[in-house]
Every structure is written in structure tokens, then in C-alpha cells.
Design a protein around this ligand. Structure first.
Ligand SMILES: CC(C)(COP(=O)(O)OP(=O)(O)OC[C@H]1O[C@@H](n2cnc3c(N)ncnc32)[C@H](O)[C@@H]1OP(=O)(O)O)[C@@H](O)C(=O)NCCC(=O)NCCS
Length: 179
């Protein structure tokens, strides 16, 4: 059985390997990586799925802001599960765990680019992102959003931009738990 834990600094190399394996080494050319450029993922929302001490899954979030109103939000991803471990609900477990924690920490909106039928399982939908834009090309059908608090997406519109976590309205916390 796998467990979910906060990412540790020593997990970084294993996570890079898993991301290369899952998305290819050219993944950073994608539009969403513009929102990650020179910005660290949020420590408090960076998780790994572990089995027998090995990293089998990874999920991170980046802070972003939306529109002229600079509404704070989270960019979900990358999410990856090792090819040998797929179909065990590890991806969904990582997301449920992280989204619960994000809600607990006071975050209100999450956006992502990904397969709509998969992310619908944890509440993401296309209509939530229909008034939002990303800073580059994206297959719009894959651009999704979810409110963590009812009504949080109402009236939210505009370009998604990267944000310095130090100035985020909901400040990221330092890594809360260690293993
Ligand atoms: C996408 C990914 C994270 C899914 O991880 P996983 O642990 O295998 O997924 P889960 O076991 O949690 O999936 C649970 C359910 O979602 C379904 N599902 C998985 N991937 C799906 C997809 N891309 N589209 C639609 N449904 C999907 C499964 O069939 C399963 O359905 P079921 O409960 O009816 O049997 C994994 O396949 C992966 O790492 N892929 C490569 C990287 C990637 O594409 N990441 C996502 C970026 S968009």
C-alpha cells in the first residue's frame, strides 16, 4: 500500500526523473511552465506517493494570480504516477489529499491544464476557466478550474500570471510535516 507524504528536499532528483519519464524532457516548453518560471512550488502543497521508500507519484502546486484584480489561485501540477503503478488510484489520492490541504490552508481557486474526464473526478470543469486566459497557446478544452470555496470563481476573469509566493494573499507555509 502506498502512503502520501510531504515532499522533502532530497526527493527532488527522484521527482525530476519521474517527470521526465511521464512527460518527456521537453515538458518545460509548455505554456503552463511560463507560470512556473523562476517561481518555486509551494512547499506546503508538494506531495509524493511512496511505496517501500520509493517515490511512485508526485504532485506540486504553483501560486498564480488572475486578472486585473490579481485574484490569488493555485496552478495544479505537474501530477505524475510511475507507469508501473498507474490505475491504483494513486493520482486521485494525491489530488484529494492536496486539495483538502489547500482548502484547509485557505486557498480558494485551483486551475490546471489536463484531461477533463480525469480531473472531473475531483471537481474540475471547463466552465470554471472559460473567462480565464493563459499566457500562451493551450488546448482550451483542457483548461479547467475548480473553486475550493463555493462561489470563489464568480466574477473572476482575465489573464493568469505567475506570482511571487512571498506576496501571495494566502502565504504558503513552510513545510509542515516531515517524515
Ligand atoms: C494521469 C495519471 C497521473 C493518472 O494516475 P493514476 O494513478 O494512474 O490514475 P488513477 O488510478 O488515480 O485513476 C483513477 C481513475 O481515473 C481514470 N483515468 C486515469 N487517467 C485518465 C485520463 N488521462 N483520462 C481519463 N480518465 C483517466 C482511470 O481509468 C481510473 O478510472 P476508474 O476509477 O473508473 O477505474 C498518470 O496516468 C500519469 O502520470 N500520466 C502521465 C503524466 C500525465 O499525463 N499527468 C497528468 C497531466 S494532465
Amino acid at each position: 500500500m502506498f502512503t502520501i507524504a510531504h515532499e522533502r528536499p532530497s526527493d527532488a532528483a527522484g521527482i525530476e526523473q519521474l517527470l521526465d519519464l511521464s512527460f518527456g524532457a521537453d515538458r518545460t516548453a509548455k505554456t503552463v511552465y511560463k507560470l512556473r518560471h523562476n517561481v518555486a512550488p509551494l512547499d506546503a502543497l508538494s506531495f509524493v506517493a511512496l511505496e517501500a521508500g520509493e517515490i511512485k507519484g508526485t504532485l506540486r502546486f504553483w501560486p498564480v494570480q488572475i486578472g486585473e484584480a490579481e485574484v490569488p489561485a493555485l496552478l495544479l501540477g505537474p501530477l505524475a504516477v510511475h507507469p508501473d503503478e498507474r490505475g491504483r488510484a494513486m493520482g486521485l489520492a494525491l489530488m484529494k489529499h492536496a486539495l483538502d490541504e489547500a482548502t484547509r490552508l485557505g486557498h480558494r481557486i485551483v486551475i490546471l491544464v489536463g484531461d477533463a474526464p480525469y480531473y472531473a473526478k475531483v471537481g474540475f470543469y471547463r466552465a470554471g476557466a472559460v473567462d480565464l486566459q493563459l499566457p500562451g497557446w493551450v488546448d482550451e478544452a483542457r483548461f479547467l478550474a475548480r473553486a475550493l470555496v463555493p462561489g470563489a470563481l464568480e466574477g473572476v476573469a482575465g489573464m493568469v500570471r505567475s506570482i511571487n509566493p512571498e506576496t501571495a494573499t494566502v502565504a504558503p507555509r513552510k513545510q509542515a510535516a516531515r517524515r
